[in-house]
Design a protein around this ligand. Structure first.
Ligand SMILES: [Zn+2]
Length: 180
């Protein structure tokens, strides 16, 4: 590689201040010098710093995600606590019809959307789960008696005892063992 650094030159790197022999530079180096005023070594330094910063940002984002996941695990959302109740419950066809009867669940549990929703092949999941300006269902379906059912995420702590009571009433849940 040609030495591009010379003592006397009108072209100087704005960072390290060394004189540059423009004619000895490769085309790409010359283009970068014109754009940034930096010699190839200083360009390399900046790129390395950028790479490090990107890696640091990525690591910070990953740490934040892990922390959020741990918080969720320690303090599950109302929806996930209700999901746990439904996963502990058993349903025959009649009981399944009851929990899928929106008028009934709304009056018993005060949950504003159908608790469980079956989305048929060919239906658009986002269209089927979009209500009042938001996607209102969890992405991970529950499998109940061979049906793939999606559960609403629009639930609050106040709904938990109501859902539990409802599941006990319809005989799907044993009061003694249920834990939300
Ligand atoms: Zn330089």
């Amino acid at each position: 590689m040609k030495n591009i650094y010379v003592e006397s030159s009108d072209h100087k790197c704005t960072d390290c201040g060394r004189g540059i022999d423009i004619a000895a530079m490769r085309i790409a180096q010359r283009a970068e010098f014109k754009r940034h005023g930096l010699c190839p070594e200083c360009i390399a330094k900046v790129k390395e710093q950028k790479k490090q910063h990107a890696a640091e940002r990525k690591a910070a984002a990953e740490a934040a995600r892990a922390e959020a996941a741990e918080r969720r695990a320690q303090n599950p959302s109302a929806a996930n606590r209700i999901r746990a109740l439904i996963e502990q419950a058993t349903f025959n066809d009649e009981q399944l019809n009851k929990i899928m009867d929106f008028e009934l669940t709304k009056s018993k549990t005060k949950i504003s959307y159908p608790i469980l929703k079956e989305i048929k092949d060919g239906d658009d999941w986002e269209v089927e789960t979009y209500f009042s300006g938001a996607l209102r269902y969890q992405k991970r379906p529950l499998n109940i008696n061979g049906h793939e059912l999606y559960m609403t995420n629009s639930m609050y702590t106040r709904n938990i005892p109501l859902v539990k009571k409802f599941l006990v009433e319809i005989g799907s849940l044993n009061d003694d063992t249920a834990e939300a």
